[in-house]
Design a protein around this ligand. Sequence first.
Ligand SMILES: NC(=O)c1ccc[n+]([C@@H]2O[C@H](COP(=O)([O-])OP(=O)(O)OC[C@H]3O[C@@H](n4cnc5c(N)ncnc54)[C@H](O)[C@@H]3O)[C@@H](O)[C@H]2O)c1
Length: 277
Amino acid sequence: MAYNLLKGKKGIIFGALNDKSIAWKVAELAYEEGAEFVLSNTPVALRMGDTNELGKKCNAEVIGADATNVEDLENLVNKTMEIFGGKIDFILHSIGMSPNVRKGLPYDALDYNNYLKTIDISALSFHKVLLVCRKLDAINEWGSVVALSYIAAQRVLYGYNDMADAKAVLESIARSFGYMYGTEKKIRINTISQSPTMTTAGSGVKGIDSLIDFTERMSPLGNADAEDCANYCITLFSDLTKKVTMQNLYHDGGFSSMGMSLRAMTQYDKSFKDCPD
Ligand SMILES: NC(=O)c1ccc[n+]([C@@H]2O[C@H](COP(=O)([O-])OP(=O)(O)OC[C@H]3O[C@@H](n4cnc5c(N)ncnc54)[C@H](O)[C@@H]3O)[C@@H](O)[C@H]2O)c1
């Protein structure tokens, strides 16, 4: 059921690759809630993925941009403002990639060039988006910017590799720019720390099936899926959350506050019996 929460709002949504992508679900829901937006992804992703199909469905222009490239971002933001005849109200940064994870190089044997790429793509791109928008004065007062993060920024989750470091930087950028954007323009900047989710990026995480099962057993409300995440994003883009800024907001069914649950303990005991010592 739509509530018209984003009626009249314009935005940019980064990172919708296919119908599993969290950004895809956000775009579908933002469209239902009355928003107009531009979709962006890398030129390669636009060729290999289904972003253009989503564009048709949501009546959205699709503009290619490598989010690590400032010129691409300037072009994207300028074109978006041309399309809408003015500034935008919301941005979703739903971008992440680690060449080390892709190549199966573990944290203690990673490649430093890859590491720099991970940080650039998954964290500094957020800084670049925000800096370009600030220079071009592209976001309206009381606008809202959201980036997607993961609890590996705070806690060690085996196998998340250099993406954990990237997420820590991402969350810090949200706070640092949140201060500036807040005082200057009343614009809020937050990160959502999402449950593990079976997407293209998610499926690259080591042991994702076990991780999803573990967090499901640990979380009182169960894992949050991509649709749940989209719902939360919409509230953050809406005027109902105007005073929420500089936060890392856990959206994980309660996982981040748990130590041990009965369901997880029961499973743990079983495996203990199967494999004593
Ligand atoms: N899936 C999970 O378990 C999970 C959990 C918490 C947070 N997240 C975060 O959610 C976000 C979206 O990921 P997803 O799970 O929907 O997977 P996804 O693979 O569908 O989305 C990742 C997107 O990043 C884009 N991208 C990669 N390099 C880029 C670049 N240089 N410029 C612009 N775009 C680029 C990809 O093309 C893709 O569309 C990521 O930040 C991810 O880390 C995912």
